[in-house]
Ligand binder design. Sequence first.
Ligand SMILES: [Zn+2]
Ligand SMILES: [Zn+2]
Ligand SMILES: [Zn+2]
Length: 162
Amino acid sequence: MMSQMNSIFPKPKHAHKSCVARLNSRVAKIANESGKKFGANQLLVLNALIEDHKAISAYEIVERIVRTNGRLQPVQVYRALDGLLKLGLVHRLRSKNAYVACNNFDICEAPQLFYCSSCEQVAEISGGALPQHIARIAQENSFKLDHGLVELIGQCSECSGA
Ligand SMILES: [Zn+2]
Ligand SMILES: [Zn+2]
Ligand SMILES: [Zn+2]
């Protein structure tokens, strides 16, 4: 019996413009609500990350910025990333020490990141039962959980041919 398989990964020819627009509207909304402006460096880093859905290192971010005639030192990139991570606009894939722009709608809480080790793209799910389950297990075992980010590594359907 064949079933229709879903993939949370972006399709190779998806309308990426709408991903960019979605992120930009979140930036505008946060700026509006907090009344604070985003720094130029933060916007450069965010624009570099949203070129695609790959998880990239801080050095690759620097390279992308250079390609668009910008200029940032790694230390400036890290500082910009700090702020963007706190706002939930960027996620850090700890196992790869790489960063990816959040691809969720308005609220991204307790994201579970799916990393394809072949195409290096990241897909994400926000919320759901898994983070609650992890928090409960941590509590039951007197483990003080700072960071419950879930990273899952494998191959997306395009790469695995599934
Ligand atoms: Zn996209
Ligand atoms: Zn997210
Ligand atoms: Zn893939």
